[in-house]
Design a protein around this ligand. Sequence first.
Ligand code: 4AZ
Length: 315
Amino acid sequence: MSMVPFSLAVWLLLLPVLLKVCGKPAQRIMGGEPAPSDGLSWPWQVSILYRDQPICGGALIAEKWVLSAAHCFPNIKSQTTHSDVVLGAYQLLNTSSNTVTSDIQQIILHPTYDSDSSRGDIALVELKSPVSFTKYILPICLPETSAKFSMEESCYVTGWGDIQPGVELPPPLTLQEVKVPLIDREKCNSLFNATQHEPQLHNPVGPGMICAGYQEGGKDSCQGDSGGPLACPCDGHWVLAGVVSWGIGCGRPGLPGVYSSTPFYATWISQHIPNMTFVTCGKGGTTSGKSEVNGREQNYPVVTLLLVFFTLTLL
Ligand code: 4AZ
């Protein structure tokens, strides 16, 4: 057997591994509340429809897989049959040729999911067939278990959920973004414990949860954003730090939004998606507070090196 087809195959298999294809939007513009109108900022954002109505958000993590919240699926059987996943959308009521709608193959809830405590509020949604990546449809990177996000990072939560409790996003349902700093579990529990609310829970933020928001309130995710991404910059990529899970109201002072922590569930995700790759945020290297996540500089040395190697192996 000739070595040429063999090395060709090896390199073609290695190429997508060496080239991180997640967490790199074609473009990103810092700004206010509606996401930038080019619709390129959050290409992993999906909407999950049940009988044609948007019920939850989700994040694309691979060609066939979306990560969402377990509480979005109280009736898996009916929802698998009657739900669709909308990808590449910006305005849900004004979809373009960049939008793809997919049927659902299966929904996998985390085995520890408990609706009372919101423990394990994470779900994997498998699409019927793989989607083609475009500049409007791209996966976000997943953090490995030991990934640590810098607490100074600018994380964003995005979605088509309510703009206030009980106030729906008006037509044409334009994707919203809001910058929310991470709040660690200890700090978040002390906030919840110190803030008057019903039901008064003690240490409600369990392992596998992380908070994001402001002590003074005002900026938060809300009903309908559930399952959607909390995206943070890490080592030059956007990485999924959390999945919108729960809160007491929305944007209330001292009651930040609570998210299922993706690093905590990385092992479970890898068990269901065998070839999934994970990124190591803030380990072995300089994790600066502000990282350039949209520059065109990264990976080009790797690509060049690869192409040189590739050419040499073919000779
Ligand atoms: C909800 O009802 C919900 N502020 C989701 C997230 C938050 C609040 C409520 C976070 O699905």
